[in-house]
Structures are given as structure tokens and as C-alpha cells.
Design a protein around this ligand. Structure first.
Ligand code: SAM
Length: 234
């Protein structure tokens, strides 16, 4: 069990700090702002705009506070997009830590509080419909032991930073991500590290460096596509 402390980030939203790793769950500049920009705008909405599909499957590495899941569920409702969302967590939050998470209050949607409550209340290892457009499977396990017969359209890669958990950013791990995606699937992360970008390219992704969330220079988006029109950047 990791010791975690509550912090308030730059946009007023809460996050957690892990003293032993000297790592935070989100950007100190703004947890909500970063999650909305990296995973929803540059990930989910990007994929949705490209495909105009009516359903999508998302795999998240690192469920944590449930913020990405909540934002994806809110997007699903707004856009009437059916989402199957599978997420892994090795070190779930305690009930006390969960009580600190007030993202639903900040988002202020009609059904947001109910959805956020359900995202956390629903059992691990069971697929459940959290809302008419959002199906969730939370798995209490490490990504190292994870195997799936399901292929995904999108991966939200939200591990702790490379300095804290380098093994989760290895070429081998990126290869697993590649194998988990359908053709034209998209991997997205706040991470902008050069070695991670090179690993993604090495396993076959076409990688884009995008402007980062406020306070961060860059982030990465990678597409599993042989005929991708994006320019490969050195
Ligand atoms: C940067 S935090 C992001 C959390 C989450 N996406 C959120 O918005 O709160 C990284 C998360 O990965 C989890 N984690 C760390 N090592 C893991 C592993 N080996 N397998 C699965 N999850 C892991 C941590 O416990 C933490 O919840």
C-alpha cells in the first residue's frame, strides 16, 4: 500500500502525491485540465472525429482516481457515443482517499455525480453498465500480468512517470500496447520522453509530438497505421 497525500492542483482540482515515488497522479498545473486535454481532446475526441463511429473500446493503464473514466463517460453522454472502457489498477484508492475526489462537483453535469459514484462503487472484475453509453470493467491487477483477447480502439497510457516506473515505459510494454490495438487504433499519453517516443516508433507506431497540457511542453500520440498521413517526426 502506497502512502498518498491529497494535493490541490493549479486549476483547483484535487490530485494525489506519492512521497515515496515523489510523483503525483496528475499535473500539478491542473489535474482536470490535463486529463481533459490529453485523454479526451487529443485521444477520445480525436479518434471520434477521425472515425465518426458510434462505439469505441478504450483501455486505460492506471485507473487511479477514476478521473479519466469519468471524463470519458461524460463525453459518451454528450456525444451519444457508446464506450466500452477497460481499466487496470494495481494499487486501488482507499475509501478515505476516494472521498477526497470531488471531480463530479467541478464538472456539474446533471448525471455526473451519479456516474462518478457508480464508477467507484461498481465491483472489480465485472463488466457493468454505468450509464446507457458507458460500460466499465475495472481490473485489480498489474499491467505486467494483463492479457486480453479483446482489441481496443484507444489506449489511455496513464502510468507514473518514467523516473518512477521505467519498466512501464519499456519497448516491450509499448509492443504490448501495439498488440492490444486494432488497426488505426490510437495510443495517447501525457508523456513526452524521447526514449518512449523511440520505443513507440520501434514497435511500429506512427508517433506525433503534440503541445502538452498547460505547464507541459509536449505530449505523445501514436497511431497503429501503415498508411498514416501523419508526418513522422525525428
Ligand atoms: C499517474 S497515476 C494515473 C491515475 C489515473 N489515470 C487518474 O486519473 O487518477 C498512475 C496509476 O497507475 C497505477 N499503477 C502503478 N503501477 C501499476 C501497474 N504495474 N499496473 C497497473 N496500475 C499501476 C497507480 O496506482 C496509479 O493509480
Amino acid at each position: 500500500m502506497m502512502e498518498r497525500k491529497k494535493i490541490i492542483t493549479g486549476d483547483g482540482s484535487v490530485s494525489l502525491h506519492v512521497p515515496t515515488l515523489n510523483e503525483t497522479y496528475h499535473s500539478r498545473h491542473g489535474a482536470l485540465t490535463e486529463a481533459q486535454y490529453v485523454y479526451i481532446q487529443q485521444g477520445l475526441a480525436f479518434w471520434h472525429q477521425q472515425t465518426q463511429a458510434s462505439s469505441v473500446s478504450v483501455f486505460e493503464m492506471g485507473f487511479g482516481t477514476g478521473l479519466n473514466a469519468l471524463l470519458a463517460a461524460a463525453y459518451a453522454e454528450q456525444q451519444q457515443l457508446s464506450i466500452y472502457y477497460e481499466t487496470l489498477e494495481k494499487y486501488p484508492l482507499s475509501p478515505e482517499e476516494l472521498s477526497w475526489m470531488d471531480y463530479d462537483q467541478l464538472l456539474k453535469g446533471d448525471t455526473t455525480t451519479q456516474i462518478f459514484h457508480q464508477i467507484h462503487q461498481c465491483s472489480w472484475e465485472v463488466t457493468q453498465a454505468v450509464s446507457p453509453f458507458f460500460e466499465l470493467l475495472k481490473k485489480k491487477m498489474g499491467v505486467e500480468e494483463y492479457a486480453s483477447k479483446t482489441l481496443f480502439d484507444l489506449i489511455f497510457y496513464d502510468a507514473f512517470g518514467h523516473h518512477a516506473q521505467p519498466e512501464l515505459w519499456s519497448t516491450e510494454r509499448m509492443q504490448k500496447c501495439y498488440e492490444l490495438l486494432r488497426p488505426n487504433g490510437v495510443w495517447v499519453s501525457y508523456c513526452a520522453k524521447g526514449s518512449v517516443r523511440r520505443s513507440l516508433q520501434e514497435v511500429g507506431f506512427v508517433v506525433e509530438r503534440l503541445p502538452g497540457a498547460p505547464g507541459k511542453r509536449e505530449m505523445l500520440r501514436a497511431v497503429k497505421s501503415e498508411s498514416c498521413t501523419f508526418e513522422k517526426k525525428a
